[in-house]
Design a protein around this ligand. Structure first.
Ligand SMILES: Cc1ncc(COP(=O)(O)O)c(C=O)c1O
Length: 391
C-alpha cells in the first residue's frame, strides 16, 4: 500500500467525531426557494449593524485596537463581561472565539480519553462533537420539562460513575427549548460539590427570555460551575466573542491551552463588545427589541402549528431563545424532510440530536430567522409535506 494513501487518515480523536448523516439532507435546504426553519441563526435584520459599525470606526482609529492581545482577552472587555454577568472579578473571566471555542478548550484542558462526560439527550450537537474529539466516554441523560434529569444523574453517581464534566444548556435549550428549573440548578450544583465534577453551564440564550422573571444561573449555587456565554445571539455571531467564567484554576488552564490554539482572540472585536456591553441603556433597549420580536415570532409559529397541524403536533410553548421542539407521533421526520424540502420548507429532524434516545418523530424548528409572514408560509408548506407523507 502506498504511504501517500495513509497520510489522509484522521487521528483517532477525529475519527471519533460523529459525522452528520443529516448534513447531506440539509444541503438540500440551501435551495433558494426553501424557507428554512432549520438554522440556528439570529435574525439578520435585528443585528445592530449601525451601532457596531459606529463603534468599529471609532475603535479602529487607534492602531492599538489592531494589535495582538493577551490570551485571556482584552482586560476592559473581561471587566465589561464580569459586570454584565454580575461576577466580582475579571480574573474569573476568559474571552474566546465564540462560546464554542470555550467548550472546545475546556474539554481539551480537562478531559482525558475514556473519561466520562455527561450531556443532554437531545444534545447540543456542538457539545457532542467537542467531547467526542477528546475521546470522552459520553453518557446522555434525558432532558425533562425541568431541565437535565437530575434523578437519572444521581442514580448514575450513586452507581459509582464519576464524570469529569456534566454539560447542559440551562436556558431555552438547543434543541429542546426547555429551561432548567431552580430546583434542577440547585441539585446540579450540589451533586457537583458532592461528587467532584464540573458543571458546564452553556448559556448563550439566557437574555432572550420573553417574560421578565430571571432564574438564577447554576453558577449562583456552587463553585464547581463553568458558565459559558456569548455575544452571538444578542449582538452578532460574526464578532466571534464568547466567554467563560468560573474557578480561577480552570480559567488559568484554559488560558495556557489557548496560547497554542490561536494565541489570542480579536482585540478589535473584543473592544467593540466591551463598548456595547458597557452601554447598558442601549443594550437593554436593543435586547428588549430582539426579545419582543422573537416573542412575536414564537407565538406566530406556535399558532400556525396549531392551526395547520392540530393534533398531529405536540410541543411546549417557547418561553425564550430561538427554538421550538416538536413531536409528531407516528411520523419519521427524517423521511418527512424530503417531502418538506420539495414543498419548500426545511427543519432539522430529531435524530440529528439524539445520543441514546430515539427522537425520530421529533423536529427542531427555529423561529428566530423568519418574519411572521414567512413563518405562516413555512408552516403551511410543512402541513402540505405532512399530508404527502401520510399518503
Ligand atoms: C447551546 C449552544 N452553545 C454554544 C453555541 C456556540 O455559539 P457561539 O460560538 O457563537 O458563541 C451555540 C450556537 O448555536 C449553542 O446553541
Amino acid at each position: 500500500m502506498s504511504v501517500v494513501e495513509n497520510s489522509y487518515k484522521p487521528s483517532h480523536a477525529l475519527a471519533n467525531v460523529r459525522g452528520s448523516a443529516i448534513r447531506d439532507l440539509l444541503k438540500l435546504t440551501e435551495k433558494p426557494d426553501v424557507l428554512s426553519l432549520a438554522g440556528g441563526l439570529p435574525a439578520t435584520e435585528l443585528i445592530p449593524a449601525e451601532r457596531i459599525s459606529e463603534s468599529a470606526a471609532r475603535i479602529s482609529a487607534d492602531p492599538e485596537a489592531l494589535q495582538y492581545t493577551v490570551s485571556a482577552g482584552v482586560y476592559s472587555c473581561r471587566e465589561a463581561v464580569a459586570r454584565y454577568l454580575g461576577v466580582d472579578e475579571p480574573v474569573g473571566v476568559l474571552l474566546t472565539h465564540g462560546s464554542q471555542q470555550a467548550l472546545f478548550l475546556l474539554a481539551h484542558a480537562l478531559v482525558n480519553p475514556g473519561d466520562l462526560v455527561v450531556v443532554d439527550d437531545p444534545v447540543y450537537v456542538g457539545a457532542l462533537q467537542v467531547f467526542q474529539s477528546v475521546r470522552a466516554r459520553v453518557r446522555a441523560l434525558p432532558i425533562t420539562a425541568a431541565g437535565l434529569d437530575v434523578d437519572a444523574l444521581r442514580e448514575l453517581l450513586e452507581a459509582g460513575e464519576r464524570p469529569r464534566i456534566v454539560h447542559t444548556v440551562s436556558n431555552f435549550h438547543n434543541p429542546a427549548g426547555v429551561t432548567a428549573t431552580a430546583a434542577t440548578r440547585i441539585e446540579l450544583a450540589r451533586l457537583a460539590d458532592r461528587y467532584g465534577f464540573i458543571v458546564v453551564e452553556d448559556d448563550p440564550y439566557g437574555r432572550l427570555r420573553f417574560s421578565v422573571t430571571d432564574i438564577e444561573p447554576i453558577a449562583a449555587h456552587g463553585d464547581r460551575i463553568v458558565r459559558l456565554g456569548s455575544a452571538s445571539k444578542i449582538l452578532a455571531p460574526a464578532l466571534r466573542v464568547g466567554w467563560m467564567s468560573g474557578p480561577k484554576e480552570v480559567i488559568e488552564m484554559v488560558e495556557l491551552l489557548r496560547q497554542g490554539a490561536d494565541l489570542c482572540g480579536s482585540t478589535f472585536s473584543q473592544l467593540i463588545v466591551a463598548e456595547l456591553l458597557d452601554d447598558s441603556a442601549w443594550l437593554d433597549s436593543h435586547v428588549d427589541r430582539v426579545r419582543s420580536e422573537y416573542r412575536l415570532r414564537a407565538t406566530t409559529l406556535a399558532g400556525a402549528l396549531r392551526h395547520e397541524l392540530g393534533d398531529k403536533v405536540q410541543f411546549g410553548e417557547p418561553e425564550g431563545g430561538m427554538f421550538c421542539w416538536v413531536r409528531m407521533p407516528g411520523i419519521d421526520t427524517s423521511r418527512l424532510l424530503v417531502d418538506a424540502v420539495n414543498a419548500g420548507v426545511a427543519f432539522v429532524p430529531g435524530t440529528a440530536f439524539g445520543v441514546d434516545a430515539d427522537f425520530s418523530d421529533c423536529l427542531r424548528l427555529s423561529f428566530s430567522a423568519l418574519a411572521p409572514d414567512g413563518l405562516h408560509e413555512a408552516v403551511r408548506r410543512l402541513a402540505v409535506a405532512v399530508k404527502n407523507d401520510s399518503k
